[in-house]
Design a protein around this ligand. Structure first.
Ligand SMILES: C[S@@+](CC[C@H](N)C(=O)[O-])C[C@H]1O[C@@H](n2cnc3c(N)ncnc32)[C@H](O)[C@@H]1O
Length: 299
């Protein structure tokens, strides 16, 4: 099957709505009892996929979402307004209800600098994003401080030691090779037309991705150092369809690290275009990936 390429939408939204993605995140939140939670904090909340799954577990709870990308914050706010919530923009930790539903708040901000009081939240999550955060140990220490005693913290990530299933290395390698070829071919056309070519600025790889990917054991140790005791560790195999794999390629946040140094729109277009060909080169009907899911409790 050939996927028709859309004009590149570099937000996380198309991928975040894919059934395999939603199911994987549902599996992640199903690992823990959340019905007693009154205040959720969903860090790097993106378009609110996981925020929505959390609220389904405790419909009377309030939720604060934080993301440093104003586009994702707006997409989250819009999503919950459509679901009938009053949504405030910012970092208000509120007990208010409006039209029978808890008021939610989504703020544009960095996980490196969280503007909340200690012991505020019953549950903090950072889904599909902890690998991007530069100072992971500081983040975990801050999370521990923001949790109430007995509160829970969970994350899932598909960039850890073990995330590429056996035999799938070739597929992910070809993805990058074909994406680079896409840019090379585009440059030939641009050159022939006498137009400026797409250039890669070297040395711009973000530190988060030059870090080693940690193992479940290492994460357990990091959590213990800040008083968070692991209660469950799970590894989930997720098989992305060609469409999902194509959509994740289009996501600018991933493209800017996988093809760092290229203009993000070009990198997104190239990874989107290369997803299907990479799968066909491996005779793959799905793009397999392992997700690590960890939950811990504050003692
Ligand atoms: C792959 S998306 C995951 C979104 C959402 N948590 C989910 O699971 O669907 C990663 C998100 O992390 C956000 N992000 C990355 N680094 C961040 C930081 N330092 N502070 C806040 N948000 C960040 C990005 O803007 C993006 O929305």
């Amino acid at each position: 099957m050939t996927i028709k390429l859309m004009p590149v939408n570099t937000t996380y939204e198309p991928f975040s709505l894919e059934p395999e993605y939603v199911a994987a995140n549902q599996g992640f939140v199903d690992h823990v009892e959340l019905s007693q939670v009154r205040h959720f904090l969903d860090l790097a909340c993106g378009t609110g996929t996981v925020s929505e799954l959390l609220l389904e577990k405790s419909p009377a709870a309030h939720l604060n979402g934080v993301d440093y990308d104003p586009v994702q914050v707006e997409l989250s706010a819009e999503r919950f307004r459509k679901l009938g919530y009053e949504v405030r923009v910012g970092f208000d930790v509120t007990e208010d209800y409006s039209t029978g539903k808890p008021v939610l708040a989504f703020g544009e901000g960095s996980c490196a600098d969280l503007p909340f009081e200690p012991a505020t939240f019953d549950c903090i999550t950072i889904a599909n994003a902890i690998h991007i955060i530069e100072d992971k140990k500081k983040l975990l220490a801050d999370i521990s401080q923001l949790l109430k005693p007995g509160g829970v913290f969970g994350f899932n990530s598909t960039f850890y030691s073990g995330s590429i299933p056996e035999g799938a290395d070739r597929l992910y390698m070809d993805w990058l090779i074909f994406a680079t070829e896409h840019i090379t071919n585009k440059n030939k056309l641009l050159e022939a037309e006498g137009k400026p070519t797409i250039r890669r600025v070297r040395g711009t790889t973000r530190r988060a991705f030059t870090n080693r990917w940690y193992s479940p054991q290492e994460w357990t140790e990091f959590l213990a150092e800040v008083g968070l005791k692991v209660t469950s560790i799970n590894e989930r195999l997720v098989e992305l369809s060609e469409r999902s794999f194509t959509y994740v390629g289009a996501y600018g946040g991933l493209a800017e690290v996988l093809l760092s140094g290229y203009p993000v729109d070009e990198a997104s277009e190239a990874l989107q275009a290369a997803a299907g060909p990479a799968m066909r080169a491996s005779n793959a009907t799905v793009a397999p990936r392992n997700y690590l899911e960890i939950w811990a409790t504050k003692s």
